[in-house]
Each structure stands twice: as structure tokens, then as C-alpha cells.
Ligand binder design. Structure first.
Ligand code: DNO
Length: 391
């Protein structure tokens, strides 16, 4: 696999010079300064590409070229937005940047309730607490009918939390769920936005009446429309699985399981319609057997995220070390090194450690934690490649 790293552009405190020194080969990035829905022109793409190349690296993957909400819920402006998306894809193709990651999650991208859950060794990692998330849904967002989505035990726990939670904790929860995790991934809400909860309610309202089947149809429509451009320029689209891989806030999520992925690959059966195999997202769902899915979908996997989760008895999940957990990274490295030896791979997230917390990195994207994880994964790759040579 090609060793890549998610880098957030020239403003990232982690420089390309640092990345070159730790053995990174390819860069995963985006034109973060361009608002969702606007065309990425060739000049801007080439500018960033040349900067990356001046460090002896290459721009391997776009993460992400965001799909606007109106494409997902099929608003009146959808065709116009798809046309612009196609122009951006063609411009990327002309520059030779040919792997494009995106997601099809309505309103909200990845979700965590706690950005710095302490471990006994003094590091911290990201965490998803089911009760706190339900609390956000029912008590902060106050979504109509939300109670129907939870069982009696959960409703009881949310009432209990309501008696003890402080105002500061509520603000932290809002910040974690809809501000800090979203803004930097080109989300709908950015740091500094006033009244994020009201913005969020307006976004949710756009999905009224959009169920799983409608969302699937809208995804098929989008993929069918962009495939001719992908064929022309040799671009591989790779959808990121929903994180976490289950329904949230009454919104449909359609990239959550083996069945979902099989559906979307068949719905538009073109090799350019592929998958970002994110072991972290998939392993947060108890229904997913990540190793089996990697075997099955390797041929259509164009990008790999290596990360691992552990699901706790109460259903919460924590981001585990890259050496353990349900992500079974050793097995995944065996599968992808054998079946897709040139596929770009990045370690996804990592522990916050050794002073990372003071440097203002994006949540999950600290330097030391990711560097350690990359070292661990490189070790696995070296052993596996050696094994494969001996066969
Ligand atoms: C979070 C990321 C996601 C991912 C997008 C891809 O850490 O894995 O935000 O980049 O969903 O479109």
C-alpha cells in the first residue's frame, strides 16, 4: 500500500517537511478554502499539487470533494450542483489527481461525543457515548419524536443525566458533536458560527420525508451522473462509510454495513464507483465483520483508512490502539497487501499524546499519535510483504 497522510493544507501546523521525514509517500488533502458546491478550478488544483510535489511527495487522494446537501436530499438545485461537481472532477483528472473520497451522510459527517477521553497511560482518544448522544438529540436539539428512537432503558438514563449535567458540559457536547468534528471536514457548521443548534435544526428539516430508499435513489442518481467523467479521466470515486455506521437523529444512513456497500457497488456497477475502506468506521458497528468485508470488497476499494474501535458492553465505542480492537488491522494489511498492493492507505486518527493537545490540531489528527500509529502499521506492512515474498 502507498503510505499516505491526511494533511490540511498550507495552514496545517504539521508541515510537508515533517511528513517527508517520517516516511510518508503520498498526501491526502482538499482545497479546504473553497466553499462546498463551488468549482475547483485547474489553477488552484495545480498550485497545491506543485507545492506538494516540491517536497518530493504526490497528491494521492482528495479527501473530500464534498457532496452538497441538496444533492443528497434532491433539492431543486441538484442538477446544477452535480454539473459543478463534474467540472471539479474533470479538472482533478486533468491534473492527474485521480482518487476522490466523499461521503453521503446527511447533515452530519462523523460523530463523537468526547474528543479527549483519558486512557490510564495519560494519552486521550475519541469516544462515542450513547447516552450523551441521546441526551443531545432529545434535550438539546429537542428533536420532535426523538424518544421513539430509543428504548426505555435509554430514556431512563437520559433523565438521570439530565439531573446532573452542567451547562458547561452541555456546551461541550454541542461543540464536540456539531462544531469541532464538523467544521474542518468542510462541514455545514464552522467554528465561530453563532447558534449552531439552530443552524443544525434547519439542516435537519431539509430531510423531512427522505427515508433510506429515497436517499439510496439520490445516491444512485449522483453516481450515475458522475461516472462518465470518471470513465473519461480515470477517476476512482470512493465513498467513505458512515461513521458511526448506524441511523442517527432520525436521518437515514446508507453506507453502514456489508449489505449497504454491496447495494451501492451494484447499483452503479462501474469499477470507478468504489469504496474507502475505513476500518475504524466499520468496526464501530457490532454488525460488521471487518475482515470478511475487506476480502469481499477489496477489488472495489480505492483507498484504505486504518483505524480500530472497541465496542463496550453498553454500546459506547472507543477508538482503540491500531494494534488491537475490532478493526483487526493485521488481517486487513494481509488482505490489501495481497490484493491491492498499490492502494493508498492512511492511518486514521490516533491518540493525542506527548503534548499534542497543546498544539491545536484537529480532533483525531494529532501528530505524535498518528506518527506512532503509522510506525505500527509500517511494521505490519513490512512483515506481511516479507511473508508474501516467501510464498
Ligand atoms: C473523519 C473523517 C471523515 C471523512 C469524510 C469523507 O475523521 O474520516 O470526515 O473525511 O467523511 O468524506
Amino acid at each position: 500500500m502507498e503510505k499516505t497522510w491526511r494533511w490540511f493544507g498550507r495552514k496545517d501546523k504539521i508541515t510537508l517537511d515533517m511528513l517527508r521525514q517520517i516516511g510518508v509517500e503520498g498526501i491526502v488533502t482538499a482545497l479546504h478554502e473553497i466553499p462546498n458546491g463551488e468549482v475547483w478550478n485547474e489553477e488552484a488544483i495545480r498550485g497545491l499539487q506543485q507545492y506538494i510535489e516540491s517536497f518530493g511527495l504526490r497528491w494521492s487522494v482528495v479527501e473530500s470533494l464534498p457532496v452538497c446537501e441538496a444533492i443528497k436530499y434532491a433539492g431543486p438545485e441538484r442538477d446544477e450542483l452535480i454539473e459543478r461537481y463534474k467540472i471539479s472532477l474533470a479538472n482533478l483528472g486533468k491534473c492527474g489527481v485521480k482518487t476522490v473520497c466523499y461521503n453521503f451522510m446527511p447533515v452530519i459527517d462523523w460523530i463523537r461525543t468526547d474528543l479527549a477521553r483519558p486512557w490510564a497511560d495519560g494519552t486521550t482518544s475519541l469516544y462515542f457515548d450513547r447516552v450523551r448522544f441521546a441526551y443531545f438529540d432529545m434535550k438539546i436539539l429537542a428533536r420532535e419524536g426523538a424518544e421513539k428512537d430509543y428504548d426505555a432503558e435509554m430514556l431512563r438514563k437520559v433523565q438521570e443525566l439530565d439531573r446532573t449535567i452542567t451547562e458547561a458540559e452541555k456546551d461541550e457536547l454541542i461543540d464536540a458533536i456539531i462544531v469541532k468534528t464538523q467544521g474542518f471536514v468542510n462541514g455545514n457548521i464552522r467554528e465561530g458560527d453563532k447558534a449552531p443548534v439552530s443552524i443544525f435544526r434547519r439542516l435537519l428539516a431539509q430531510y423531512e420525508g427522505v427515508d433510506r430508499d429515497r436517499l439510496r435513489e439520490n445516491m444512485r442518481y449522483f453516481l450515475s451522473a458522475v461516472m462518465p467523467v470518471c470513465d473519461r479521466w480515470g477517476i476512482d470515486m470512493c465513498v467513505h462509510p458512515d461513521d458511526p455506521p448506524f441511523q442517527v437523529l432520525g436521518l437515514p444512513r446508507i453506507v453502514t454495513s456489508e449489505e449497504d456497500i454491496a447495494w451501492l457497488l451494484n447499483a452503479v456497477d462501474n469499477p470507478h464507483n468504489g469504496l474507502t475502506f475505513c476500518a475504524g468506521s466499520l468496526s464501530a458497528g457490532a454488525h460488521n465483520d471487518v475482515v470478511k468485508m475487506a476480502e469481499r470488497f477489496a477489488a472495489r476499494t480505492h483507498f484504505v483508512h486504518l483505524r480500530s474501535c472497541n465496542i463496550l458492553p453498553d454500546g459506547d465505542f472507543i477508538e482503540a490502539s491500531h494494534l488491537e480492537g475490532r478493526g483487526r488491522l493485521v488481517d486487513l494489511v494481509r488482505i490489501f497487501e495481497r490484493l491491492r498492493p498499490r492502494v493508498p492507505m492512511r492511518v486514521d486518527h490516533g491518540r493525542t499524546m506527548l503534548g499534542d493537545d497543546k498544539l491545536g490540531y484537529n480532533p483525531g489528527y494529532a501528530f505524535h499519535g498518528r506518527m506512532l500509529a503509522l510506525g505500527q502499521v509500517e511494521g505490519m506492512m513490512t512483515v506481511v510483504k516479507d511473508e508474501l515474498q516467501k510464498i
